[in-house]
Every structure is written in structure tokens, then in C-alpha cells.
Design a binder for this molecule. Structure first.
Ligand code: CAA
Length: 392
């Protein structure tokens, strides 16, 4: 099923090969056959997500003692790529659960918080979400308006959050709110909230262009009273937590883009070998074969950046270094590559690329979000150039 010979990557262990194969088998058997129907209905694929949880895919990097699979970032990207190749919606849910939710609690949570908020999500029993964006603050995340006010042993949360992946179904959420608005980004604090808490209100599900089976919504907090012990990290530390967690998330989105692009490329390759026009296979026309050459080269370049980011993140567990640059470069390149590859895939398929009878148009629609969420391409360029020049 894969056109890539993974044996060439000598840094991959037997365990890596095993999880990639398990994810590929599961994705092709259980997800690929239902992807089109769920894209059409926009329903949340709860049954397959639960099965992914049982297989350990919802908390791959979380140690087994906290309900996860106890593997590394390379294992995560290899498995995620296979899931996204079958369906980017399942991939979005898996990515947010693993990197935007589990990773933050593992890194910044107390032992009690890990037991209460990490174990059920890493084991796939519950679904986690990450809530930073607001209607008036997306890229400029430090200007959020939501407020958390301390009241004895509690915090009272008020505000409106938007574009929350898994918002309509999430059981537990990490949310970022201002505790000291006068300090700007330095006045942001992170909190862990159980969705059953009074004052936690889900908004309507967003109708979206792509990743339609991954439910997205607003979340409103109306005098939502949570124990002070649910604060993740210190007061004022929230913005840095949000950014550090997004570094992990961006490796996931880069991987999602890689998976979508590979699916689009493999379909295009098959079509170019079979479809005839003007008395020959269309793949014999340079106009098509050169497109395929560019698609393949850019896919492999993206894989290189993703593996580099994954290896750096794994090393960071020991060294404490930041992998912001590697994550942003991988996301920037892979998402723009994915948009270009799926665009060419539609073109190669001609009318069939535009038809809902094939998944090509879905790949094209799903690709677009990778250039937008978890930091737009413009934000990635800002992050990379600031780190490289040291200027702002
Ligand atoms: N790791 C750790 N700390 C970090 C960091 C990182 N990656 N990035 C920044 N920081 C720290 C800085 O060192 C700085 O610390 P000091 O106050 O001690 O100096 C502090 O955070 C503030 O940083 P900046 O001054 O760089 O902040 P800024 O206001 O200029 O913003 C930005 C930087 C890059 C524009 C940032 O706001 C950003 O990434 N915006 C995009 C937000 C985003 O990706 N949103 C997507 C939300 S998730 C989603 O899409 C929904 C979903 O469910 C999937």
C-alpha cells in the first residue's frame, strides 16, 4: 500500500515499523471505506475513534502508566501519516488529542491532573480538546478576551472560544484565559475543564469546506466555576504553554498534510498509468509526468522535514531544547506542498478529479485547512524568520 520503502530510514526501529504497519492496516481496513460517507454527512466517527483509542493511537507518546502507548514522536508521525492517508478528519481528531491535549498535560500537569485529565484521554476512553482561539483573536493569540477570576479555591471562567477541534464532543478541554489582562500575553493562564461543569456551553458545529467529519465548534464559558487545582502551570504561564504545545501540534499538522498529499499522489500515479488520451497513457505526456515528478520530490522533502522535527522533539525530552524552528518549517513546507499536490491531483484526474465519485476532490478540500489551523503559513514564516534573524 505504501510507495515508500521505509527501510531506507535506518533510524527507524522495529517498533516504529510495527506501529506504522498496524496504523496502515487499520486505516485501510476500517477508515478508508467509511471516509467518503462521513465527509458527506459531517458526522463524528465515534466508533472508529474509539477503536483507535483501544489500539493506543490516541496517546502514542504518553507513558503506559498514564494510559498511553509509551512510544516516541517518530512512532506518532508514522502512525498519524497512515491514518491521514485514509482520512484527514480522523487524523485531525487524533492529532489534537495526542499533541494539543495530551502533550501539554504530560509536560506541565501535576500528578493529580495527569490521573484525572490525562489517563482517560490517552487511553482513548474520553476525547480531549485545546481551546485558544477566540472570535476576535486567532493569529494574535495574546489578545484574547476570555477572563478567569480567582475566587477562593476556585476560578470562575467567562468568555467565548472558537474553532475548537472536537468541541462538539470533547469530554475534557485545556483552555487559555486572561487572569491579568493588563499584562497582555504574560497575563494568560491555562486551565483544565471537564465538559460536564455547569457553565460549559457548546456552540453550534461549524459547517466546513474540508475535514468535515472532525467536529469543530465554539465553546462558551458562562460563570464556569472550576477548582483552582485545575490550573495548568502557574498564573501568567499560559501563553508559553499554548505556544510550546502548538510546536508539538504543528508536527502533527505537517504529518496530516503529508498523509493527504501521499494519498492524492498515489491516486494520480495510478490514473496516469491507466488513463489514455490521444492514443497513449496520459503519464506518457511530459505535461503529466513532470507534475508527478514534482509531486513526489516535494512529498519526500516534506517527509524529511517532518522526521527531522520528530527526532528533534524526541531529543528535546532529554535536553529540554525548543524545536519550534523544526516544527514550523515542517508545517509550512508540508501544508503548502499538500495544497500544491492536491491541486495537481485534481488537474491530472480532469473531470474525475472534480467529481465526488473519487476521493480526489476531498483531498483537495481537506488540504486547505493545513495552511490555516495551528498557525497559518504567514505565522509559520513569522516564527521561522524571527528565530533565524533574531529580529522582530
Ligand atoms: N515555546 C515556548 N515559549 C514561547 C514560544 C514557544 N514556541 N513562542 C513564544 N514563546 C514565548 C516567548 O519566548 C515570549 O516569552 P517572554 O514573554 O518571556 O519574552 C512569549 O512567549 C511571547 O512570545 P512573542 O513575543 O513571540 O509573542 P507574540 O505575541 O509576538 O506572538 C506568534 C507570537 C507567533 C504570533 C503567536 O501568537 C502565534 O503562534 N500565533 C498563532 C496562534 C495559533 O497557531 N493559533 C492556532 C490555534 S489552535 C487551532 O487552530 C484550533 C484547533 O483546535 C486545532
Amino acid at each position: 500500500m505504501s510507495l515508500v520503502d521505509h527501510r531506507v530510514f535506518e533510524y527507524l526501529t522495529d517498533e516504529h515499523h510495527m506501529i506504522r504497519q498496524a496504523a496502515q492496516d487499520f486505516a485501510q481496513k476500517e477508515i478508508a471505506p467509511i471516509a467518503e460517507a462521513f465527509d458527506h454527512s459531517g458526522d463524528f466517527p465515534i466508533e472508529t475513534i474509539k477503536k483507535m483509542g483501544a489500539m493506543g493511537f490516541m496517546g502514542i507518546e504518553v507513558p503506559e502508566e498514564y494510559g498511553g502507548a509509551g512510544m516516541d514522536t517518530m512512532a506518532y508521525v508514522l502512525a498519524l501519516e497512515e491514518i491521514c492517508k485514509a482520512d484527514a478528519s480522523h487524523g485531525a481528531i487524533m492529532s489534537v488529542n495526542n499533541s494539543l491535549y495530551c502533550y501539554g498535560i504530560l509536560k506541565y500537569g501535576t500528578e493529580e491532573q495527569k490521573q484525572e485529565f490525562l489517563v482517560p484521554v490517552a487511553s482513548g476512553e474520553k476525547i480531549g480538546a485545546y481551546s485558544l482561539t477566540e472570535p476576535m483573536s486567532g493569529s494574535d493569540a495574546g489578545t484574547m478576551r476570555s477572563r478567569a477570576v480567582r475566587d477562593g479555591d476556585h476560578y470562575v471562567l467567562n468568555g467565548r472560544k472558537s474553532w475548537v477541534t472536537s468541541g462538539p464532543v470533547t469530554d475534557l478541554v485545556v483552555v487559555f484565559m486572561m487572569t491579568q489582562p493588563e499584562l497582555g500575553a504574560r497575563g494568560v493562564t491555562a486551565f483544565l475543564v471537564d465538559a460536564s461543569t455547569p457553565g460549559f456551553v457548546r456552540g453550534k458545529k461549524e459547517p466546513k469546506l474540508g475535514i468535515r467529519a472532525s467536529a469543530t465548534s465554539e465553546l462558551t464559558f458562562e460563570d464556569c466555576r472550576i477548582p483552582a487545582s485545575n490550573r495548568l502551570g502557574e498564573e501568567g504561564e499560559g501563553f508559553k504553554i499554548a505556544m510550546a504545545v502548538l510546536d508539538a501540534g504543528r508536527i502533527g499538522i505537517a504529518t496530516q498534510a503529508l498523509g493527504i498529499a501521499e494519498a492524492a499522489y498515489e491516486a494520480s500515479l495510478g490514473y496516469a498509468r491507466e488513463r489514455e488520451a490521444f492514443g497513449q497513457k496520459i503519464g506518457q505526456f511530459q505535461g503529466i509526468s513532470f507534475k508527478l515528478a514534482d509531486m513526489k520530490t516535494n512529498i519526500e522533502a516534506a517527509r524529511g522535514l517532518i522526521h527531522r522535527a520528530a527526532l528533534t522533539k524526541t531529543r528535546a525530552k532529554k535536553t529540554g531544547e525548543r524545536y519550534t524552528l523544526e516544527a514550523s518549517m515542517a508545517k509550512l513546507f508540508a501544508s503548502e506542498m499538500c495544497m500544491a499536490v492536491t491541486h495537481q491531483a485534481v488537474q491530472i484526474h480532469g473531470g474525475m478529479g472534480y467529481s465526488k465519485e473519487l476521493p480526489i476532490e476531498r483531498y483537495f478540500r481537506d488540504a486547505k485547512i493545513t495552511e490555516i489551523y495551528e498557525g497559518t503559513s504567514e505565522i509559520q514564516r513569522l516564527v521561522i524568520s524571527r528565530l533565524e534573524t533574531g529580529l522582530r
